[in-house]
Design a protein around this ligand. Structure first.
Ligand SMILES: Nc1ncnc2c1ncn2[C@@H]1O[C@H](COP(=O)(O)OP(=O)(O)O)[C@@H](O)[C@H]1O
Ligand SMILES: [Mg+2]
Length: 384
């Protein structure tokens, strides 16, 4: 599929990322935050990566959402190993460092399994060898980085990357920058707070949503039998929370509607976008409507409390009970801590709730809060 390229944005970001700052000892990389489905991953792959490579950086890309079952720590290690595998010289270096002088001659195989967390060869050593051999700075791009703190290994990877960052940004090497994306500022903020972790101090930059230039491009390529006015389409795009897919789906819906008079196309397109918005909202709420009263209760309280949500505190348990009573006045069911625990586990299983390894819970998709509110589901939650 063809995408709209954002070359100028990519070039500007790439230059900033690679800049050696005279004020901060180790340039700490960058966090890009924007809501889901607004084009972050596409931008990383199609625009930012080539822009970084144009500036002679070596880019390693890890997508922590590609396989939701995989441990995020393993995914990061796997991405580094995959890059190492492309550079024979680096492997020879690492093998030598591991005391395997005869790697090439003797046919002794050096396994990349030895690179990893708590393995013989640290990520720091591996990335340093990679940078030295290629004579390039490395940019590690971590997509959906908030996933890195859902597991112990993911947390370990963050510690390992902090060490790597310090080592590679010393005058001996060419540098390591870490660029991370995520959909949720609060979750990303958690990653930046701990001084021994890789993202400490990294600036959090709102990733710009696609703009009028994209809409112009979209309208130019559209073939619906009549031209659309980009200004109007941009208004629709705003209503669609800047998600290109909704515009694409609306266009698809009209494409096979051969009976439309050209004069009706703009109005029909607008209606199709509105339909897509409704459909997307219904789709997001479908799973919410399938919850048990207890699960629904816990989700509602979490949605209202946000950052201050303390799942097992007495006042929270009181709030659960008030909400449950309002959902199901006839029942005399009670929520206790273990009930809340079970509900949280079920919500996590349904991918509605995100849990950091140290026990912080948050909604996976913050857009749900507004939808639940519109549906009147949050009214019964007492103010903390
Ligand atoms: N620059 C673009 N041009 C055209 N379509 C895009 C562009 N960026 C994103 N999209 C479309 O929007 C959808 C969501 O993009 P994605 O990059 O996966 O978003 P995110 O990573 O923010 O969730 C995809 O279907 C993608 O094809
Ligand atoms: Mg993405």
């Amino acid at each position: 599929m063809e995408v709209f390229r954002r070359k100028a944005l990519a070039a500007a970001l790439a230059a900033k990322i690679l800049e050696v700052s005279p004020t901060s000892a180790s340039s700490s990389g960058l966090f890009l935050a924007a809501p889901r489905r607004t084009g972050k991953s596409t931008f990383l792959r199609e625009d930012l990566r080539p822009a970084l490579e144009d500036l002679r950086a070596l880019v390693v890309y890890a997508d922590l959402w590609e396989d939701r079952r995989a441990d995020p720590g393993e995914v990061v290690v796997g991405a580094v190993r995959a890059e190492l595998a492309k550079h024979e010289g680096v492997i020879t270096r690492l093998a030598r460092a591991a005391g395997m002088d005869k790697v090439a001659v003797g046919g002794l195989s050096f396994s990349l399994d030895r690179v990893g967390l708590g393995e013989g060869i640290s990520l720091s050593a591996a990335l340093a060898a990679l940078s030295d051999e290629s004579n390039k700075p490395i940019v590690l791009v971590i997509d959906e980085a908030q996933q890195s703190i859902v597991s112990e290994k993911g947390n370990d990877a963050l510690f390992a990357l902090k060490a790597a960052r310090d080592e590679l940004n010393s005058s001996r090497h060419k540098g390591l920058r870490i660029v991370a994306t995520g959909s949720n500022r609060d979750k990303l903020a958690m990653l930046r707070n701990s001084s021994d972790q890789a993202f400490y101090g990294a600036p959090l930059v709102p990733f710009p949503v696609l703009g009028m230039d994209y809409i112009q491009w979209f309208c130019d390529r559209l073939n619906l039998g009549a031209k659309l006015d980009p200004t109007q389409v941009f208004e629709l795009f705003k209503r669609a929370s800047f998600r290109p897919e909704l515009l694409g789906a609306a266009a698809d819906a009209l494409r096979f509607d051969f009976g439309i008079a050209p004069g009706d196309v703009p109005a029909r397109f607008a209606a199709a976008v509105e339909e897509q918005i409704v459909e997307s909202n219904v789709e997001q709420m479908r799973v919410v409507h399938s919850l048990t009263p207890l699960q629904s209760t816990v989700l509602r309280v979490m949605a209202v409390r946000g950052n201050s949500y303390a799942p097992f505190e007495a006042t929270t348990v009181d709030a659960y009970n008030m909400v449950l009573k309002s959902i199901d006045p006839g029942s005399d069911a009670k929520v206790d801590v273990s009930g809340a625990q079970q509900a949280l586990a079920a919500l996590q299983e349904k991918a509605l709730v995100w849990k950091a390894a140290r026990g912080v819970y948050a909604l996976e998709e913050t857009g749900l809060i507004a939808l639940m509110d519109q549906a009147g589901m949050l009214a019964a939650v007492p103010v903390a």
